[in-house]
Ligand binder design. Structure first.
Ligand code: C2O
Ligand code: CU
Ligand code: CU
Length: 508
């Protein structure tokens, strides 16, 4: 197992470095972990990233309370892993959960077969498995992540806290202006805890929109503070690791510059004031320390993602309002235990100014995003859901989320693709409740070509794309380097568990 030097020093400075090291090395469940000690990071050296990783029940401090969550190596979020193109990754994984699980490396362009990024692996309770794969030399630098992917348990396990960053360092990190920036990672997770700090079982109605919790955390903390030097640059690397919650982010009166999306760098920085991150999505932004040196709140603005509850909230917020009337006048009743999303902005973190340095410039150019060849073939994938019989408010059983009218079937290949070809997939959201669905494809990143027939102006690599209620989104995917079966699915993970997943097989 690897700890970088900084962590070694931090751990040693606590006076129990040796004990902690031994403790992490065997991956045992820690007692209450304190948010004030930065958690270990695992970095590759000499071409190898090797570590022990254990999924288990864990008690941690979240804000001012203790929470009984699921963790990797006792950490919420999970330890950050860092590797480089060409590295071998070897993870000795132990499942101490009561249910089967596995590991998925979201966004990595690595093999989906064997003990690599294989979503069909099942690691039973109390079993171990060593994952091993190689990151191609040509792999882009970017903000990727890892999480469980055992069909039927994905929402529950990610909502328990199982998620961590997987950083690939490369060309983007070497751009001088980017390199000069301070780096800060923000992992966004939400939890739904009862008075004893146990995770509430989801209300059946919550499954429809996907489970959300009112306790929103950034790096496992409530409203943490991060700092920027006046004149400096801060590089924020954001991950939405929530099971279903969307984040519409804004920094109070403080613009920022988008430099990377899911799959890595974009061509040039884009000035923005808002950033919408659907579950599974990542973004990197640069913040310039050029504003008055006061605190700035990182806000989560209201967002209506459609569906019955979304429609109801939308009505309150005056967005997509017509549906609210329909729903409220119809079958909708206020339901006990069900927490509707907050209709106002919530502060997630605070940016403060600290110190001052000679002004750092923004990069003018980042990394050109290649333009993809015309597609060899086109497919259409319809996104929808069905309530079965019984309607009313009794959901759960009859509810299924579908691609092309069918729920996930492990025995069926939905898309058979030839290695080395490029395909264009037309994603058509036919959800009867006009609910948003973030579409995600494993192993191969894609580019968004158009939305509702409007060409997308900026090229960017994505692996998760939001397809809003009623929208049609065209994506272009080059299937490169790897054969084998993998999956595409909705990243609202309750939808995935309830059927919104398909199998793609790439053949030589
Ligand atoms: Cu975030 Cu199938 O993955
Ligand atoms: Cu994924
Ligand atoms: Cu969905």
């Amino acid at each position: 197992m690897k700890l970088n030097r900084r962590h070694f020093l931090v751990l040693s400075a606590t006076g129990t470095g040796g004990a902690l090291l031994a403790h992490w090395a065997i991956g045992r469940k820690p007692s209450l972990s304190s948010a004030t000690i930065p958690p270990p990071i695992y970095t590759s050296s000499n071409g190898l990233l090797e570590l022990n990783l254990t999924a288990s029940h864990t008690t941690v401090r979240v804000g001012d309370r203790s929470a009984h969550l699921l963790s990797y190596n006792g950490q919420i979020p999970a330890p950050r892993l860092e590797a480089k193109p060409g590295d071998t990754v070897r993870i000795h994984f132990t499942n101490q959960l009561p249910h089967p699980t596995n590991l998925h490396y979201h966004g990595l362009h690595v093999s989906p077969t064997g003990n690599a990024d294989n979503p069909f692996i099942s690691v039973a309770s109390n079993e171990q498995l060593t994952y091993e794969f190689t990151i191609p030399d040509s792999h882009p630098a970017g903000t990727f992540w890892y999480h469980p992917h055992h069909h039927g348990h994905v929402a529950e396990q990610i909502f328990g806290g199982l998620a961590g960053l997987f950083i690939v360092r490369g060309a983007l990190d070497e751009i001088p202006e980017v390199k000069a920036a301070q780096e800060q990672f923000l992992v966004l997770q939400d939890f739904d805890l009862d008075a004893n700090g146990q995770i509430n079982p989801p209300h059946p109605m919550a499954l429809m929109m996907g489970r959300e919790g009112s306790l929103i955390t950034v790096n496992g903390q409530v409203n943490p503070t991060f700092s920027i030097a006046a004149g400096g640059l801060l590089r924020l690397r954001l991950l939405n690791a929530s099971a279903a919650r969307f984040y519409r982010l804004a920094l109070d009166n403080h613009p920022f510059y988008l430099i990377a999306t899911d799959g890595g760098a974009i061509g040039t920085p884009i000035e923005s004031t808002e950033l919408l991150l659907a579950p599974g999505e990542r973004a990197e932004v640069l913040i310039k320390g050029d504003r008055p040196p006061k605190p700035y709140r990182l806000l989560n603005l209201p967002y209506n993602r459609g569906g019955m509850m979304g429609g109801m909230m939308g009505g309150m917020m005056g967005q997509r309002g017509s549906r609210m009337g329909d729903r409220m006048g119809g079958r909708m009743h206020p339901h006990q235990n069900f927490q509707a999303p907050a209709p106002s902005s919530q502060p997630l973190a605070t940016l403060i100014y600290q110190g001052s340095i000679p002004t750092l410039p923004l990069p003018e150019k980042l990394i050109e995003v290649e333009s993809l060849p015309a597609p060899d073939r086109t497919r259409q994938i319809e996104l929808s859901m069905t309530m079965g019989t019984g309607m009313g408010m009794s959901m759960g059983n009859g509810m299924a989320f579908l691609f092309n009218g069918k729920p996930f079937d492990l025995q069926r290949v939905d898309a058979s693709v030839k290695l080395g070809t490029t395909e264009e997939w037309e994603l058509v959201n036919l959800d009867p409740d006009r609910m948003d669905h973030p579409f995600h494809l494993h192993v191969n990143s894609f580019q968004v070509i158009s939305r509702n027939g409007q060409p997308e102006s900026d090229r960017a690599w994505k692996d998760t794309v939001l397809v809003k209620g009623g929208e049609t989104v065209r994506i272009r995917v080059p299937f490169r380097d790897f054969i084998g079966k993998t999956v595409y699915h909705c990243h609202i993970l309750d939808h995935e568990d309830l059927g919104m997943m398909g199998i793609v097989e790439v053949q030589a």
